[in-house]
Every structure is written in C-alpha cells, then in structure tokens.
Design a protein around this ligand. Sequence first.
Ligand code: GLU
Length: 496
Amino acid sequence: MTVRVRFAPSPTGHLHVGNVRTALYNWLFARQKKGTFILRVEDTDLARSERRFEEQLMEDLRWLSLVWTEGVDVEGEHGPYRQTERFDLYREYAERLLNEGKAYHCFCSAQELEQERQRQLAAGQPLRYSGKCRIVPPRKARRRVQEGEKAVLRMKVRVGTVAFEDIVFGPLHIECSEIGDFVLLRSDGSAQYNFACVVDDTLMEITAVIRGEGHISNTYRQLLLYEAFGFKPPHFAHLSTILGKDGSKLSKRHGATSIDEFRQQGYLPVALVNYLALLGWAPRKEGREILTLEQLIAEFDLSRVHRSPATFDWEKLNWVNRSHLKKLDRSHLTELVTPYLQGRAWIPSEPSPEIKHWIGDVIEAVFKYLNKLEDVLRDAELIFDFSPEKNLSETHVQEVLSADGAVEVIREFHTRVQQHQSLDLEAYKGIIAEVKEATGQKGKNLFHPVRVALTAQSSGPELDKLVCIFEQGSRLELPVKILGVKERVQAVVEHL
Ligand code: GLU
C-alpha cells in the first residue's frame, strides 16, 4: 500500500515549532516510504482563518524544503484541498449519517446549552451534551429545519468503548459515555473539524495520520465516525507535546517564535529541520545527531518516536545550527551574512568584489562566535561601529585597565603606532615586540591591554586578523567609515 500522509494546518496564525515538527514527521515518513505528502488547509473556522496565514505557512514549509506533491497550490486527484471548498461534500456525507439514523438535528439554543453547562458545572459533572434532541422524531426534525429553524447536526454516540493502537502511544481507549453527542455540522451548514477531517482523510486516501497529542480526544470521535460510515480508519501516530525548559507548554514566553523569526535570526532551514527532527526522535546510532535532509529521510523511524514530552532547548538548537554553519564554505557564508550587514547600512547594497572579499575576512574573524547569522551584528560591531566611549566603561574592560602596567602598555603601543604611516601585519608584530621590550609585559598582561587599545573590548576575535581587517577596511569605500589601527588607538587613548 502506498503511504499517503497529510499536514492539515488551520490558517489561523503563524506556524509554530509544534506544527512544523508535525509537518516534518509527516514529510519524513512520506519521503522515506516513497509515499505522498499532502497539504490540506483546514479553514473551516471562517472567523479566524486568513489567507495571509495560509500564504505564510506555505512559504515557511517551502523554505524548510518540506514541499508537498499534492494539496493546496499544486492540486491533485483528490482536491479541492481547502476545506471551505468542500462544504457541499460534507453536507452530502452528513445526509448519509442522518438518513441512517446515526446523526440527528439538535435545536437547543446557545442559552439552553449554557444553562445545561452551568448545571453540570455546579453538580461537578463532566461537561457534555445531554442528548436531549435525540428524541425529536427525525421527520419532525426535518420539517422544523425546512421551516427555517436553526439546528446543528450531532453524532449519535454509541455506548461501549472506543479503542485503537497508536503507533507512538500504544493501545489507547475511552468509554463512549465520556464523549457527548458532538456536533458534525454547525447551524450555518459548515462542517466541524472532526467531521470534515474524517471525510477528507477517507476521500484523500490517507493511510496514516500523524499529529499532535492534543488530538487524541478527537481521534476517538473520529473513530466513531469511521465506524458509522463503515470506512477503514488510517493508522494514527500522536506526537508528544513540546515543552519549554521549565516544563511548561511551549509558548512565546520561551521564545517559541514563528518560523519567519527563526529565518530572520539566521537559523539555516536544514539546521532547524535537523533540530526539530530530534524533538521526539533520536537516530539509532547514538551521538550522530547532525544530519542532512537525506540522512534524516533514511534514518527517521516513526516507531521510534518517544511518547514522553520533548523539551525545546535553545542551546541545542544553536549547537545544531553552528554545526551546519561550519559545513558552509566561505563564499556561501558571505552571501548569507551580507544581507544582515546591509540591513545596518554597514556595506553597500551592491558590494564590489574587493568589499566582498573583505566581508569574507570579517566573517572568518567572527565566525567562532556565531550561533546564528544575525549574531554577526553583535560580533562585528567593533569593526563597523567602534565606540570606545561606551565600551571602555564596561566592567571587564575596566578590570583589564586596572591591572598593573596595562595603561603603560597602551601608551607605549599608541606612541609606536603613531610613528607609522600605515600598518601591515609585519609592522604590527614589530610594534608588539617593541612594546614587550619597553614595558617588560608579556602574555595576557601584554595582549589584553593591546586588545583594549584596538577594540575597546576585553575579548573578541584574534588580534592579528582584526589588524588586517581594520587596515584594509579603512581603505574601502563603505557607507560607514572603518577606522584604521592608528585612529582606533588614538580614540582609545583619548578616552582613558
Ligand atoms: N487543523 C488541525 C490542527 O491544525 C489538524 C489536526 C489534524 O491533523 O487532524 O491542529
């Protein structure tokens, strides 16, 4: 049997980490089994669904390479793939259940339902519809509907138990008495999620439903529907919830940002996919966690997905991202980082080959510190936006300056630097040797003050690299003036 799976988001907001992991597991499973990955848009909640969210989610999925071969935008044999375009179909299937006495019209008003709810709450009973309208004779009910009375269509939930074998959670069951007669069609004729989902999963020939754990209670209802229709249900795999490090459900508070924000911060799509794949699954070979898409497809195993909640860990994501960044060559990295520098107007919109080469040097110098591309703005600030007045007052810098002989090193360094017209690496090394000689300082007592003299900071990229970057940068035509070594040291001395 060919595998057919679907990702079925509701376009009521941005895709978040949980949704994307669901999409990813579906996609990996489909790719591995050479099956079909379908995108179905569940937009039955007319008040909350928006086209812009649908467009954004498609863009996000494409950016992550989680492309679908059937579904919204690409179409296919089982369309349409937007639920609002399938309402006639749902009504047809609803009619079938109604005719077979498996569903019934319910005329209870919102007010009556609310009173019932309050009574149940007060009595400490579970909240579920009492089934009051079950006794309305079907013919009478139809007449009332034809005469214009508002009614929803409810499922006549049977007695007994509903049970199924979940691929992740194992055997699960519930007593039907815990499920009230749930709504299939609203009074405006639109379909409720559970009903539309069963009709669609059946007509789209879905073989496995992979979705969040929060849907287990829906799965029971859906199984009752499969049974009522006489349809064969798909397999189900529910994915555990993703928690924040503090153990609470992942939310904005944990920085659980939209996919677009991850992109803006400079997480590579392959790294994000790699990290999300590890949220609930681990490769067979321990310790082999940095994987390409192809490797993920080959190694992913739905039956090895954990049922315990996964924890979203920014540090691990950063590590995964760094590991993928390390695989990029200099020119690719330069291409990816350039827009961030342009965003600050630090470099021109169309950099010359010479500038591009210099940016490559800048990136090489700061690369060690980058978890994500955006970090370049923080780490390259000392190159583009040198501000001794701000940085010299920082505690770490003050500590360096207060060490014995530190200021002397800076002054000696300054004096010698001023004697040079321009500096290259050789000249700089010569100066360092002279300062060492003159002050008797060496090791960190020599280099920490020199770092402060050059950068007004107490730590950062290798000084040899920085010296070359400052000097070359000062000769380039850039939107901001890059200070050369002499000007930097001068500025620092003035602020001491
Ligand atoms: N529209 C539902 C959601 O976004 C889909 C659930 C399902 O996969 O059946 O949660």
